[in-house]
Design a protein around this ligand. Structure first.
Ligand code: PPS
Length: 347
């Protein structure tokens, strides 16, 4: 299948024929109505999941947001989009990107007055489908007014990125994480939301089965990772590919990689003055997790307000071993092996 045919899908035909007078809110509402005719099922979520024509899953609101973003987003080549699956280190890579891009006006060693002391990373870099194209009269009309470089985020697969973003050549920074750690992190997060909604928490084994069956938001996990991996291979100058584990092992090396990729490499003075280490420290789990805005703040998403603290649980590598049965771990490993075989990708 050619990449262009992979990127087209029936439900986007309508938004693409957008009437000139139609607002992004009207488009969103039209998309939201069309989503309810998609196949639906319960999944590793607190919300009903729908299966998009492209084979990925999402709540009604996030699929509608992705479709509205595809129809309305006017990309600039200078834009930078962070792409991740939920629980792959989104909060961390957003922090690193924001503080790297804005290091001149907001030095990382002045942590007390840095925007992160007042705003969580999800407010500093907003999700296109959860915070920008939400059908609400908030940000969308202002997006065109933002100065360069504009920073956005998304959880959608490569095939569902707004067509304008891909065509513009804007930079895409992808981060993935070991599937078992991603799954366990997602399970903790989802259960918190389920309890708030008076739903039964899922056992870790049921959650693992749903994850393996691709029934998690933006899943199947493997298709998502492979989509961006192949995009990275095909367009290395447009798509940067990170693994959480590599970043965890040597954060300064990967912050330098990030800065070089976005065209803002650290100069000699910055290197001598410890700017890279200051960014790493500012964005560390310990520092970000301890901020007052993390402990008591909330961020608004189309699906509701979420406590900032819920984006910081434990951090690190290998926590899955404390929760997953050997059978579930083996099942996930077997899928990973068979899906990634011959792709050049290993996690
Ligand atoms: S979300 O909802 O998609 O934005 O969540 P996401 O940020 O992708 O994933 C949350 C997990 O990332 C851990 N985390 C971090 N790790 C390292 N450094 C920093 N700064 C950091 N911030 C968040 C967070 O603890 C979640 O992982 P688990 O394994 O659940 O602890």
């Amino acid at each position: 299948m050619s990449s262009s045919s992979m990127r087209s899908f029936p439900s986007q035909t309508e938004p693409e024929t957008r009437e000139e007078t139609e607002t992004s809110q009207e488009i969103y509402r039209r998309c939201a109505t069309s989503v309810i005719s998609l196949p639906k099922s319960d999944g590793l979520s607190h919300l009903q999941l729908y299966r998009h024509h492209q084979g990925w899953h999402g709540s009604q609101m996030c699929i509608a947001g992705a479709m509205a973003a595809d129809a309305c987003f006017t990309a600039r080549p200078s834009d930078i989009v962070v792409a991740t699956l939920p629980k792959s280190g989104t909060t961390w890579i957003k922090s690193l990107l924001f503080s790297t891009v804005h290091r001149r006006e907001h030095p990382a060693d002045a942590a007390d007055v840095h925007p992160f002391s007042s705003f969580g990373p999800h407010e500093c870099i907003k999700f296109l489908e959860y915070q920008v194209y939400t059908g609400k009269e908030i940000l969308p009309d202002d997006v065109d007014e933002l100065p360069d470089p504009r920073l956005f985020a998304t959880h959608v697969p490569w095939v569902a990125l707004p067509a304008a973003a891909v065509a513009s050549g804007c930079k895409v920074v992808y981060m993935c994480r070991d599937p078992k750690d991603t799954m366990v992190s997602l399970w903790h997060f989802v259960n918190k939301l389920r309890v708030k909604e008076w739903l039964e928490p899922l056992s870790v084994e049921i959650a693992a089965d749903l994850f393996c069956d691709g029934l998690s938001a933006f899943g199947p996990y493997w298709d998502h990772v492979l989509g961006y991996w192949r995009a990275h291979l095909a367009r290395p100058g447009q798509v940067l590919f990170f693994r959480y584990e590599e970043l965890w092992k040597d954060p300064p090396a990967h912050v330098r990689r990030l800065a070089a990729f976005i065209g803002l490499p650290f100069d000699v003075d910055e290197e001598e003055n410890g700017v890279v280490d200051a960014i790493v420290k500012l964005c560390s789990f310990e520092h970000m997790g301890g901020l007052e805005v993390t402990k008591s703040g909330r961020t608004e998403f189309v699906v509701g307000a979420v406590e900032n603290s819920s984006f910081f649980r434990r951090g690190g590598v290998g926590d899955w071993a404390n929760y997953l049965s050997p059978e579930s771990a083996r099942r996930i490993d077997a899928i990973t092996k068979s899906k990634f075989e011959g792709t050049g990708l290993s996690l």
